[in-house]
Write a protein that binds this ligand. Structure first.
Ligand code: PAF
Length: 287
């Protein structure tokens, strides 16, 4: 595996490379979720590039940029073991040498879910991905559907601004009890870790209600909220049921939807979701 730290070197590496490039952008602290993206990228491309970059632009002033977990050595080892061909590890100074004199803002699909409680977050995401897509020139880019709103936002970026990249959304990877794998799970206390499974159990309850024929989003949200409040000490930030991927509110379930939840524990904010067709069956891959 080649490790590249400079933006210029990375651009040189892919210039005129006549190979299909699969790209897995990450912020590191790799877990099975990231590695499932690498596995898929390997199957569908000639080479796999992974970036690890904790992007300051997508963290709010009171968020966890400084204490976001980082372990470059371990990540490099794991990336190599799983067949990443090029690991791109740019520095903040190289990615953002000057104060940005250009601002990217995304308005579609950001007034709901995490966009509401993290103002500017998705502007930071689309800015860094625009840079990374230009630097890496991928044919395919892989994202976990745990961050479904991010997937929807990136979909808007690449379709509305004609990026020549196909984005692929892949299923959330879970712990044995259903908790979605996340780099932030390390912040949970022992008790909170036990309670955290209630997010997915709550979502599955909602899914079952849809399968049973309930079409009213408010009824489903009420039941999921009740379940999570009873089973966890975390403070619910939101439970929403929206159309997917355009993230519009709906009054009845007659299309593909997302049922999503965010819960604040003492030191960790957890998010999770399920994407379902109108009958309530799980949708796993979106491309
Ligand atoms: O999902 C992430 O880890 C980040 O938001 C991403 C896509 C790497 C952009 O910084």
């Amino acid at each position: 595996m080649k490790i590249i730290r400079s933006v210029q070197m990375m651009m040189k590496e892919v210039a005129n490379v006549n190979k299909k490039i699969g790209f897995v952008p990450t912020m590191g602290f790799l877990h099975a979720g990231h590695l499932s993206l690498v596995k898929e990228a390997k199957q569908e491309n000639d080479i796999v590039v992974m970036s690890i970059f904790v992007n300051p632009l997508q963290f709010g002033p009171n968020e966890d940029f400084e204490r976001y977990p980082r372990d470059e050595q371990q990540d490099a080892k794991v990336a190599e073991q799983h067949g990443v061909d090029i690991l791109f590890l740019p520095t903040v100074d190289d990615m953002y040498p000057d104060e940005l004199g250009i601002k990217m803002t995304i308005n579609q699909g950001t007034d709901v879910l995490c966009g509401r409680s993290r103002p500017g977050h998705f502007d930071g995401v689309i800015t860094v991905l625009t840079k990374l897509f230009h630097i890496v020139q991928p044919n395919h880019a892989y994202f976990g559907l745990k961050d479904a709103q991010q997937f929807a936002v990136v979909n808007t970026l690449v379709t509305q601004l004609d990026f020549p990249v196909q984005i692929v959304g892949l299923p959330t990877i879970r712990e044995g009890d259903g908790l979605a794998k996340s780099s932030r799970n390390v912040y949970l206390s022992k008790i909170e870790r036990k309670e955290a499974k209630s997010l997915y159990l709550g979502l599955k309850l909602g899914q079952k209600l849809i399968v049973d024929g309930i079409k009213n989003p408010a009824t489903i949200i009420k039941e999921v909220k009740k379940f999570i409040s009873i089973n966890s000490s975390g403070k619910i930030d939101y439970i929403e049921l929206l159309s997917f991927p355009n993230l519009k509110s709906i009054t009845t379930i007659n299309q593909q939807v997302i049922l999503a939840v965010a819960v604040n524990f003492s030191n960790a904010r957890l998010i999770d979701n399920v994407i379902l067709n109108e009958e309530g069956s799980f949708i796993d891959r979106i491309s």
